[in-house]
Design a protein around this ligand. Structure first.
Ligand SMILES: [Zn+2]
Length: 87
């Protein structure tokens, strides 16, 4: 758990994943996710070291979701400035 895998080591990482595929470990199944996008239900394998990936593609679904969130966050940010009691 928590192996430090450098980004940019795609080749080696792929080898590890291949081994996991053959073994069919529970970990592998846990990393199988469904895209968090509201308009997409694609399944993908979370290959991020921290396991925090949420979208099948960062370029399509990820960007769309972030743009939506950003717009919403701008409205919330002004509120947070006044609320500094948390933390
Ligand atoms: Zn998607």
């Amino acid at each position: 758990m928590g192996a430090d895998v450098g980004l940019g080591e795609e080749g080696e990482l792929a080898d590890v994943l291949d081994a996991a595929h053959v073994l069919g470990t529970p970990e592998r199944r846990a990393r199988l996710r469904i895209c968090a996008s509201e308009t997409c239900s694609a399944r993908f394998y979370d290959r991020s070291p921290a396991g925090v990936r949420r979208w099948c593609s960062m370029r399509t679904c990820g960007n769309a979701a972030k743009a939506r969130r950003h717009r919403r966050r701008q409205a919330v940010t002004t509120q947070n400035k006044n609320d500094r009691s948390t933390g």
